[in-house]
Design a protein. Structure first.
Length: 208
């Protein structure tokens, strides 16, 4: 667990930046954790800006809203490079739904951190097939601090790290998550995937 050992900059010291990533499955509390960190920085009168991909309009166009309806004003951006322009002068930059950005998000975060900004990215680490999602794996590799949060499996109550999709769509980006997805642990995720599309190798894996 990342405990934020140092969130400010001492007087007269050069500004230090770094990258934090909060990742996990759906219903794991990623956005709540992002909001918690940003709110604490804002209370300390740091300049905080929040961005999210313009594609993510599930709840509200202008707010980052978590499932428990905590919200914070944010700016939707179409491409990651817009963040560089809009974040000028910020102490802390929060980015929600990082998985929906293209790979250039990694360079954007690096540039911000190199220039002294604390960058906090929240996002899904895996898509509904269990594959690393968008720029998240590269961000996890380049971040100073990584927090992986977990949900609870709806089938068995164990710790869940997969986002299982009930709907039949093959599109990687499917919004409206509460109806279409469940948090599942590894065995329950595999069970669901095998029931959808039984494959010989998947069946043999389940036998062990
Ligand atoms: Zn389970």
């Amino acid at each position: 667990m990342f405990i934020e050992p140092r969130v400010g900059n001492r007087h007269n010291a050069p500004r230090r930046g770094w990258i934090e990533v909060v990742c996990g499955s759906m219903f794991s509390g990623k956005t709540e954790e992002l909001i918690r960190r940003l709110t604490r920085a804002r209370i300390a009168r740091q300049q905080v800006e929040i961005f999210k991909p313009a594609v993510d309009t599930r709840y509200d166009v202008d707010d980052v809203v978590s499932h428990n309806a905590a919200r914070i004003r944010s700016t939707p951006v179409a491409i990651a490079s817009e963040i560089l322009l809009l974040a000028a002068g910020s102490d802390v930059v929060g980015i929600d739904e990082g998985q929906f950005f293209d790979d250039s998000l990694v360079d954007v975060c690096q540039q911000l951190a190199n220039n002294g900004t604390r960058v906090i990215v929240a996002g899904l680490d895996m898509d509904y097939l269990g594959r690393p999602f968008g720029p998240m794996p590269a961000l996890l590799a380049t971040a100073e601090y990584v927090t992986k949060v977990h949900a609870v499996c709806v089938c068995c109550g164990e710790i869940a790290s997969y986002s299982y999709r009930n709907a039949a769509s093959e599109n990687q980006v499917l919004l409206g998550e509460t109806d279409s997805y469940e948090a599942r642990c590894r065995p329950c995720f595999l069970e669901g995937m095998q029931a959808k599309a039984p494959a010989p190798e998947a069946r043999s894996a389940a036998a062990h």
